[in-house]
Design a protein around this ligand. Sequence first.
Ligand code: DQA
Length: 149
Amino acid sequence: QNIMILNGPNLNLLGTREPETYGFETLSDVEELCREAAASLGYGIEFHQSNHEGVLVDLIHEAGRKVKSGELLGVVFNPAAFTHTSVALLDAIKGADVPVVEVHISNVHARESFRHHSYISAAAIGIVVGMGVQGYVLGMQGLVSKLTK
Ligand code: DQA
């Protein structure tokens, strides 16, 4: 069974993008970190990044189908800037009825006030904020512990 790791806009620039906020690890470092952490939990991963809201909506729908068929446990999702803007992503998560853990690398609550509100949190089973890229690992652990215990 797999865990889907889903990344929103600009996270393809991880490593060079505002490293004082997001660190020096690249998205492929994050993928590797997630693959190893998932394996130690007994799961595989499906890793995606898109800068396009509609592509992310489609991937959440796909995740919903895969959760129903048993191929997927759930989704660890960093919606990036769409966190603060996207009713479409909130509706996709609700509509696809897919378990989602929301992850933010930075502590959004210590940043600009427009980052304090998340449209996604209302549909998330849990949230990891401000733990750096390790937050993806913590998110996967939380997903597994909430859904399998
Ligand atoms: C982010 C926080 C968002 O506010 C921002 O737009 C991002 C990344 C994070 O991981 O800390 O792109 O989701």
